[in-house]
Design a protein around this ligand. Structure first.
Ligand SMILES: Nc1ncnc2c1ncn2[C@@H]1O[C@H](COP(=O)(O)OP(=O)(O)O)[C@@H](O)[C@H]1O
Ligand SMILES: [Mg+2]
Length: 338
């Protein structure tokens, strides 16, 4: 029986350092999300005691003192290329169960290039790419323009501006120079796919597709070639994504690719896979999010709750499902050990 649940989170409300790029906290959760999760958990069972633990340097002691039965983990971590794995690692050390993927999957999936290397090994289609460490790196002749330039370890379109989609060597050099000097982290340059974009929610102990949505880039008030930081800043964006406008056959193919991606990368309980098609309509995996954003806000839509919603699952039920699959997995792991 569980009675105490902790929500581990990073707060956006902390002071933002002055000299950092403006999107440095693009990934952090606001207290609005934490409170929505708490409310949803209490609706599942009003007898649960729900506590909030901020995922900072003090959290180890707090977990140790509070000894929650399970941690609902939405913490992206503060810094470093393994930041999303930090809370799961601490919790493994303390033998406290938690929701979602383990440290290996979280670290791997945060590295967009390593993720793609693993996918390539399993013949999952993903656009051609190269990692760039410095301006001096030679660009592979195999890469075709247009190219998109991304930070290697970030999410939520952090560092991904409209100008990162480049059409020639000159633009590529400018973009690489700017990003390396602003963010001091390696980049990934990747062939740009101009077709439709989708994102697929996965959930379950035996993982299944929760649903998928298409990102309606053509419906944005301004023209965007991709879900850049600028595009994600547009308000009231519920109309800019929805049911996929493609054949059932292609939907099935995309869902199969997403499910394989989740399994290959050893994600657990739930995840969200970003997929985009080329001009001919062939789907490719861009990345997987083992810690998908679950904001309840209708102003800045999170795709995982939206996928649930358009499939008839409201926010509270979605949170219950996430908790339930995690609790069931933990129970199954115990049985397997006995
Ligand atoms: N190779 C690509 N071709 C076309 N669009 C891309 C490509 N890579 C990324 N994008 C666009 O940029 C967005 C963010 O990229 P993604 O790899 O999902 O990183 P993150 O969501 O972690 O910032 C995608 O949703 C998509 O719109
Ligand atoms: Mg993405």
């Amino acid at each position: 029986m569980i009675s105490k649940i902790a929500i581990a989170y990073n707060s956006k409300n902390k002071a933002v350092p002055k000299r950092k790029p403006k999107d440095i906290y693009a990934e952090f959760d606001s207290l609005e999300i934490v409170n929505a999760i708490k409310k949803a958990i209490l609706i599942c069972n009003s007898k649960y005691k729900v506590i909030l633990i901020r995922a900072d340097e003090e959290c180890y002691k707090k977990f140790q003192k509070e000894k929650p039965d399970i941690v609902f983990n939405i913490a992206e971590g503060f810094h470093g290329r393994n930041r999303e794995a930090q809370i799961p690692l601490i919790l493994e050390m303390l033998q406290i169960p938690y929701t979602g993927s383990g440290p290996l999957a979280l670290s791997l999936c945060l590295d967009k290039a390593k993720t793609k290397e693993v996918l390539q090994y399993y013949k999952i289609p993903t656009p051609r790419f190269q990692v760039i460490h410095s301006l001096k790196d030679k660009i592979s002749k195999k890469l075709r323009f247009p190219i998109i330039v991304k930070l290697l370890y970030e999410g939520s379109s952090m560092g991904l501006y409209n100008k990162n989609i480049v059409r020639n060597k000159k633009e590529l050099k400018e973009s690489v120079k700017k990003l390396i000097s602003n963010y001091q982290e390696p980049l990934m340059i990747e062939e740009f796919l101009a077709g439709k974009e989708f994102t697929v929610g996965i959930i379950g102990n035996k993982p299944r597709v929760l649903g998928m949505i298409e990102i309606y880039l053509d419906k944005y008030p301004q023209h965007f070639d991709a879900l850049t930081y600028e595009a994600k800043g547009v308000r009231c964006d519920d109309a800019y994504s929805g049911k996929p406008r493609i054949s059932k056959k292609l939907q099935k193919k995309i869902c199969q690719i997403a499910l394989k991606t989740h399994n290959i990368l050893q994600c657990r309980d739930f995840s969200r896979v970003d997929i985009r098609c080329d001009k001919k309509g062939n789907p490719y995996v861009l990345e997987i999010n083992p810690l998908p954003g679950i904001s309840p806000s209708m102003e800045h839509i999170s795709f995982f709750p939206k996928i649930a919603r358009i499939n008839g699952i409201n926010y509270n039920r979605m949170v219950k499902m996430m908790l339930d699959v995690s609790l069931k997995r933990i129970a199954l792991e115990k049985i397997n050990l006995e």
